[in-house]
Design a protein around this ligand. Structure first.
Ligand code: ADP
Ligand code: MG
Length: 393
């Protein structure tokens, strides 16, 4: 099929589609080398803020990529099925969840109510605008303040006491209606990858989620990768819960459910009704092509359960300062790409702003420790080159 993939970042979806044998057309904000290699046609659009996009401009930029046999809306665009339908031929299928379902699930206050109704454990949550003074929050500390509809964890703030809550309420001011306040739950972050037809679903992998690791990012809760598999006593339980949620919400194709595994058992953190960043590690650990499984699910076909064949890790390295990708950095990243250990590789000369993703490192091996050690050494080498570039400036 000739597939159009639109998103803030699309490499993970586009390369999976290409590996499944599809012809890929894509519009995204990155011109990564590996994205360009797997796409037959690619348009790069500058988007400063996914919440305030000029959709007419993006539609105009997308038109040279048409016609296609199907569309997948990726990060930042998942809810825009009505918009894309105005641009494409009416008969062209859009392989995404229904926008109304996405709107509900991605609203973390709505989800908190729904999970309570379903009697599924979830951190205690209130909309922040229901709190006018620190006394209104009686569920203890620390607490998480985060956007009601967010992604990537980059705006999340941990508040340790009532005094800091008052300060933050003051800072947020009239924007309070965009945020929620939530009990902070301690534990290991895990996600379950699910493929769903709307009526039936199967869990294909359990992943450890990496967030806010100091050697990868300065943002304390930023999503910075995955390790597949994540094995614990709760695997069956969280897979069953994820399948139940996928069916309850009539999810279609590839979706994910995030959990925090606490000492008292798992707590659902959120449902991501979209392709996950974990697609790389899931594919490398199971051998399943997630893009094809996604498309097949729209034809009511689910993949056969697969065993893990090895451990796989992906780590996203974020810029701790603004810099330009030098020849040396580029050559190193290209080597990583060629050896299968680097993805999302920016071309030489790319200006990377502070806290923006630079590149992702990938590794496969027989144990968690082995894959962590490997990517650690890839990151250390990059940091070393960046440091030398900086001191030679
Ligand atoms: N209630 C919470 N307790 C503990 N950690 C949390 C909580 N909420 C968010 N986090 C942390 O912040 C990250 C991002 O939060 P999440 O709710 O998943 O938002 P996003 O949609 O931005 O990914 C999580 O992966 C986790 O590390
Ligand atoms: Mg999340």
């Amino acid at each position: 099929m000739k597939i159009l993939i639109i998103g803030f970042n699309t490499r993970h979806i586009a390369c999976s589609a290409a590996r499944a044998g599809h012809t890929v057309h894509t519009m995204s904000t990155f011109n990564d080398i590996d994205l360009m290699e797997c796409a037959s046609k690619a348009v790069v659009c500058t988007i400063q803020d996914v919440h305030h996009m000029d959709l007419d401009e993006i539609a105009a930029a997308t038109s040279p990529l048409l016609p296609v046999d199907g569309v997948v809306l990726g990060p930042g665009f998942e809810h825009l099925a009505h918009w894309i339908r105005n641009i494409i031929d009416q008969k062209t299928p859009v392989f995404n969840n229904f926008p109304e379902i996405i709107a509900n699930i991605s609203n973390k206050v709505w989800l908190a109510h729904k999970l309570k109704e379903m009697d599924i454990r979830h951190p205690y949550t209130l909309p922040l605008d229901s709190i006018t003074a620190q006394e209104d929050w009686t569920a203890g500390y620390p607490v998480m303040i985060k956007p009601i509809t967010g992604a990537g964890g980059i705006e999340n703030v941990l508040v340790h006491n009532a005094c800091d809550l008052t300060k933050l309420l003051h800072e947020i001011g009239t924007n309070k209606d965009r945020y929620l306040i939530q009990e902070f739950v301690k534990g290991t972050l895990a996600s379950v990858s699910v493929i769903s037809t709307g009526q039936q679903a199967i869990a294909i992998a359990v992943n450890e989620q990496l967030a806010g690791l100091e050697w990868l990012t300065r943002m304390p809760f930023a999503y910075c990768g995955n390790i597949t598999p994540y094995e614990s006593d709760y695997s069956t339980l969280i897979c069953n819960t994820s399948v139940k949620l996928a069916i309850e919400f009539q999810l279609m194709g590839s979706n994910g459910v995030d959990f925090i595994i606490t000492e008292q058992g798992p707590v659902v953190l959120e449902i991501n009704a979209r392709f996950q960043g974990s697609i790389d590690t899931v594919e490398n650990a199971t051998g399943i092509n997630v893009f094809q499984a996604h498309i097949d699910a729209f034809e009511n076909i689910l993949p056969a359960p697969a065993r893990y064949r090895n451990y796989s890790i992906k780590t996203i390295f974020f810029a701790s300062r603004k810099f330009t990708v030098s020849k040396k950095v580029y050559e190193y990243l290209l080597l990583c790409l060629k050896s299968g250990n680097g993805v999302d590789v920016p071309p030489e000369g790319t200006v990377v702003e502070i806290n923006e993703p630079v590149v992702s490192f990938i590794s496969c091996g027989d144990s968690r420790q082995q894959v962590v050690q490997q990517v650690n050494s890839f990151v250390a080498r990059l940091v070393d080159i960046l440091y030398k570039d900086n001191t030679e400036d």
